[in-house]
Ligand binder design. Structure first.
Ligand SMILES: Cc1cc2nc3c(=O)[nH]c(=O)nc-3n(C[C@H](O)[C@H](O)[C@H](O)COP(=O)(O)OP(=O)(O)OC[C@H]3O[C@@H](n4cnc5c(N)ncnc54)[C@H](O)[C@@H]3O)c2cc1C
Length: 461
């Protein structure tokens, strides 16, 4: 428990109304996008880097653990406290600080919601491509901490590819500025990238300098329908070999399609084994049109029984509506979902899906497979009911088997959600003892007292 003196000290730094201790508030901050739950002792919401630094000085002095929190949409239990301590909520720090149209870069505070950032830069004709499906309810700080991806990664890359600089408050309150507007920089170690994907275990990100690109003016979208799942996967490589690099290639299997259709009645092909939603974009309409025609041809040649190319913006939105509704649809079918995030070499995707389906049958649980087929990042989602302990046990076993398959096929446990606490027990499947030892040494260097998001990302030394 935090002493009343400590709580008063926090209140003097951030203002009393920004230190929450009521039971209702603590419950609200006790979870993220998963079922993991643990109440913090207090929620502290600073307004700027200086306040974060002063809060961290108190925590360092008193040995109080600190779990950074953006919007709490994480899917690995990363923002959930695991022991006594504070939840440090960054959402009051939500401003665009500087939009530099000449260098095509933007400096923002870490708590800005990603969709708000995108809207503001798009108003200036610029584009911030990373687009986690949680874009309206996740922050840039959380995206940086998890190195978030999303459907557009195939063409545009992940959050890391856009981070040019960071302001980070270290565990003892010191403020580190790292990176900058120079596009090439090999001066010293690349400290900036150490924080990207570090899940709040090395420092609190308070400001982010991001690279932007010109906004693509034109986009065309197609849905390809497959009687055989295998052929949907084969299409992905065939499209790339045909010289087209789509912005997105999203796969949904039959179980996922049925689940969405039950919810939204969109007229999805529920008898198909799988569909792909493929989108191309760019600055030249003629090129984009040619690319979607090539995709139509390649999909059919690869076994698609039909290809529907959206002719209007409304039709395009309809094609995307199903994909965007995967999570709410799953919630209707099974009260709890264990959504994994395995990342595979692209060519291993068909075999992985076959084996995941067999796991679903083995444990008697529906597993919906969907995800970013273009970059081999799948989200098998095991539907179950946590109130039934027997079902929960089977879901956990299924989850372990899925991780084993990913590693056996040359892949890994997580492509974009991070390790948090949920994947921690399986880390040894994917990372060698030496890798884990080095991570622990880095952690000790940045956080000698172990107060930053303890018990997350990798086992304590
Ligand atoms: C419906 C749904 C769809 C999703 N789709 C995608 C997707 O397509 N792609 C994808 O990559 N993810 C996706 N996610 C996962 C999640 O939205 C992302 O991981 C996102 O980046 C988390 O941002 P957040 O602000 O909610 O962070 P939180 O959940 O609050 O925190 C996540 C982690 O980051 C740390 N953290 C947060 N802010 C900071 C900071 N300022 N400094 C240091 N550490 C910090 C936390 O301690 C925690 O470890 C999805 C989640 C949901 C619920």
């Amino acid at each position: 428990m935090l002493s009343s003196n400590t709580l008063q000290e926090f209140a003097r730094i951030v203002g009393p109304e920004h230190v929450l201790t009521s039971l209702e508030d603590l419950v609200a901050y006790s979870c993220d996008g998963t079922f993991v739950e643990q109440r913090p002792d207090a929620v502290v919401s600073p307004l700027n880097t200086e306040q974060v630094s002063r809060v961290m000085q108190v925590c360092d002095r008193e040995g109080i653990s600190v779990v950074a929190r953006g919007m709490g949409s994480g899917l690995a239990g990363g923002a959930v406290p695991v022991s006594d301590g504070i939840s440090l909520c960054l959402t009051r720090m939500n401003r665009v600080l500087n939009l530099d149209t000449e260098n095509m870069m933007v400096r923002v505070e870490a708590g800005i919601v990603t969709a708000d950032l995108q809207a503001q830069v798009e108003a200036a004709g610029l584009f911030y491509p990373p687009d986690p499906s949680s874009i309206k309810h996740s922050t840039i700080g959380g995206n940086v901490a998890c190195n978030a991806g999303g459907p557009r990664c195939l063409k545009y890359g992940v959050t890391r590819d856009y981070v040019m600089g960071l302001t980070v408050v270290l565990s003892n309150g010191r403020v580190l500025q790292t990176g900058g507007k120079a596009i090439k920089n090999v001066t010293g170690y690349d400290l900036k990238n150490l924080f990207v994907g570090s899940e709040g275990t090395l420092g609190i990100v308070t400001e982010v300098l991001l690279k932007l690109i010109p906004k693509p003016e034109f986009a065309r979208t197609a849905m390809a329908i497959y009687p055989l799942l295998e052929n949907a996967s084969v299409t992905v490589n065939n499209v790339l070999r045909a010289g087209v690099l789509p912005a997105t290639m999203e796969l949904m299997d039959n179980t996922t399609l049925g689940t969405i259709e039950e919810y939204l009645h969109l007229g999805l092909p529920t008898d198909a084994a799988a569909i792909l939603i493929i989108e191309v974009d760019g600055g030249d309409e003629e090129t984009v049109t040619k690319e979607i025609e090539t995709i139509d041809r390649v999909c059919r040649a690869s076994g698609a029984s039909a290809v529907r190319v959206a002719k209007t913006e409304a039709e395009r939105n309809d094609l995307w509506r199903g994909r965007r509704s995967v999570f709410p649809s799953l919630a209707r079918r099974g009260p709890d979902q264990l959504t994994e995030d395995i990342s595979l070499p692209r060519a291993a995707v068909p075999e992985a899906i076959r084996r995941i389906k067999a796991i679903g049958e083995k444990y008697g649980l529906p597993i919906c497979v969907f995800g970013h087929a273009g970059d081999g990042n799948l989200h098998p989602s095991i539907l179950h009911d946590k109130r039934d302990s027997e079902q929960t046990r089977r879901a956990e076993q299924a989850s372990r088997d899925i991780f084993s398959i990913a590693v056996e096929l040359g892949g890994t446990l997580s492509g974009e959600h991070g390790v948090g606490v949920l994947k921690l027990p399986f880390l040894g499947l994917a990372e060698s003892p030496l890798e884990i030892e080095l991570m622990q040494a880095i952690k000790r260097l940045f956080d000698p007292k172990g107060i930053l998001n303890p018990g997350k990302k990798f086992p304590a030394a």
